[in-house]
Design a protein around this ligand. Structure first.
Ligand SMILES: [Mn+2]
Length: 526
């Protein structure tokens, strides 16, 4: 059974002859899988279909059936029309000449004069009768295609098929389901209904492979939290249609260039962990791409790698410096109660509850990192009800603009007993492995994370070499710290019983690690 929105989509498709399909950019397995699956099925229905993606296709997706069907610009309807209003003058003759790479159009008036205000510009008639956007939350994700073809979006009905929570419903028909694992999952019932009504087989092995690619890539191969029972269901259905699951896995997950492995190594070695705020993050700079000989799209699944390597973390962030100097930020959360889309919205981005992203255009990687992490800390402070110690730290950062040092909440021994009874996991678990229930804590600031495996937190009083201490990315750090009154530092920790404030007051950068005082570990960040 299809709902009324799906029915509207099907009716529009059946009525149209020339259909333009637009996947969101940057393209991924879901947007491309959706676009080409539509291309192939709609052509079977006798439609003329054009797929346009302005961004380059990632190397890893070149194996997709019919990938060559994707063009990067509209090839027709590009006529540019200059219109001159004749209310002020009549035309005697019109000449045109091309000179020095410029075209001059010479209009000689019979009487009166032409002025600039008589001239308007238009484009040629739009020949499409339907636009379908796939996996696209808002029109700016079409990378300039909307801005360059605004009139097209006004003249032609737009069908918006998507699963992003941030979708702004820009279409005439919005087939948006935020519970769907992927856009391809939404296409399956549409194509089945169309096939049924038109009495034609639409989902062949290639189309099924394209549709399954969307589900596999958007669920991180059925590992992410959006792996719903429905996602398994539709995937199984697609396999029965002949989807080549092994081919997808082989190309997307088992073929890694040496350059990519090097890049991953670099990013993983730069992981930073903040246990108080349950946040794990890493950054990739242009230098990293250069040094490892890798390309920007090879960061692909690093964020998923960060997730599996950081049990106990709630917010996982990867910041990537793009070639144009902007910073693209991916946010993942390990529980639906931590809203990735909300974190992204602070920076004008959006996405799903557990996977979102945004771009920062006006500052470099270091400043972006600083601002993003501070913002996440504020979010977590409110969410976790962090008071006293951690809250103070955030307040301090607001006042002083930079953290003086990281304070790690005292380690509370995880009680061996009673561990909450962990229910036996079903065979096909959709539970991320890092969501092991944590025993209830009474002190909010000492809520124990499961100790991350990649923790940079020293576990013993052994001196840590400075190079291993994560660098907080603010160059102003030292100067600001000197200005800071020592007493404030000490007041941060009312429960500390230390009599020896020296290590905290010290501004010597030689010592990055104080002697741990009872129950508290200080960790300087610079
Ligand atoms: Mn998607």
């Amino acid at each position: 059974m299809i709902n009324s929105t799906q029915k509207q989509v099907i009716d529009l498709i059946k009525r149209s002859k020339k259909i333009l399909v637009l996947p969101s950019a940057p393209p991924d397995g879901d947007s491309l899988g959706s676009a080409i699956a539509l291309y192939m099925s709609l052509r079977k229905l006798g439609k003329e279909v054009t797929v346009i993606c302005s961004d380059p296709i990632p190397e890893v997706l070149q194996f997709l059936p019919n990938i060559k069907a994707i063009g990067n610009k509209v090839v027709s309807s590009t006529d540019f029309i200059i219109t001159i209003d004749l209310k002020n003058a009549k035309v005697d003759k019109i000449n045109s000449a091309i000179e020095n790479n410029k075209v001059n159009i010479i209009i000689t008036p019979k009487e009166g004069r032409f002025s600039e205000s008589d001239v308007t510009f238009n484009r040629g008639e739009v020949e499409y009768d339907l636009v379908i956007t796939v996996d696209c939350a808002e029109l700016k994700q079409l990378r300039g295609f909307y801005e360059q073809n605004v009139e097209l979006f006004h003249q032609v009905p737009v069908v918006n098929i998507d699963h992003h929570i941030s979708n702004v419903h820009f279409g005439r028909v919005n087939n948006v389901d935020i519970m769907a694992s992927s856009t391809t999952e939404l296409l399956v019932p549409l194509l089945e209904e169309l096939a049924n009504e038109e009495k034609i087989d639409l989902i062949d092995e290639d189309t099924a492979t394209l549709l399954l690619t969307g589900i596999i890539t958007d669920t991180g191969s059925f590992q992410n939290a959006n792996t719903t029972p429905k996602a398994f269901d539709v995937a199984a259905q697609l396999v029965s249609y002949g989807a080549r699951q092994q081919e997808i896995i082989q190309h997307i997950y088992k073929t890694k260039q040496l350059s990519q492995l090097k890049l991953w190594g670099r990013v993983l070695s730069k992981i930073q962990v903040d246990e108080t705020y349950r946040t794990v993050w890493s950054v990739v700079s242009q230098q990293d791409f250069k040094d490892t000989g890798s390309t920007e799209d090879e960061t692909g699944d690093i964020i998923d790698e960060l997730m599996t390597n950081a049990p106990g973390a709630e917010v996982i962030i990867l910041m990537k410096e793009k070639q144009d100097g902007t910073v693209s930020v991916s946010v993942r959360t390990t529980s639906p109660s931590v809203d990735a889309a909300k974190i992204a919205e602070t920076f004008g981005g959006g996405g799903h509850t557990q996977a979102a992203g945004f771009r920062i255009n006006d500052r470099g990687l270091r400043d972006a990192e600083y601002d993003v992490i501070n913002s996440v800390k504020k979010y977590q402070t409110e969410r976790l009800g962090l008071t006293s110690l951690a809250q103070k730290q955030v307040v301090d950062q607001t006042i002083y603009g930079t953290p003086q040092f990281e304070i790690t909440a005292p380690k509370v021994e995880q009680p061996k007993q009673p561990q909450p009874q962990v229910p036996t996991q079903p065979q096909v678990s959709v539970q991320p492995q890092n969501q092991t229930p944590v025993p209830e804590q009474t002190q909010p600031q000492s809520q124990g994370l499961a100790q991350p495996q990649v923790s940079v937190q020293p576990q013993s009083p052994v001196q840590t070499p400075q190079s291993e201490v994560p660098q907080f990315p603010n160059p102003q750090m030292k100067r600001r710290r000197k200005k800071r009154p020592v007493s404030t530092d000490l007041n941060l920790k009312p429960q500390t019983t230390t009599e020896n404030p020296k290590p905290i007051a010290s501004t010597s950068s030689a010592s990055t690690q104080t002697t741990p005082t009872p129950g508290i570990i200080y960790r300087f960040e610079d």
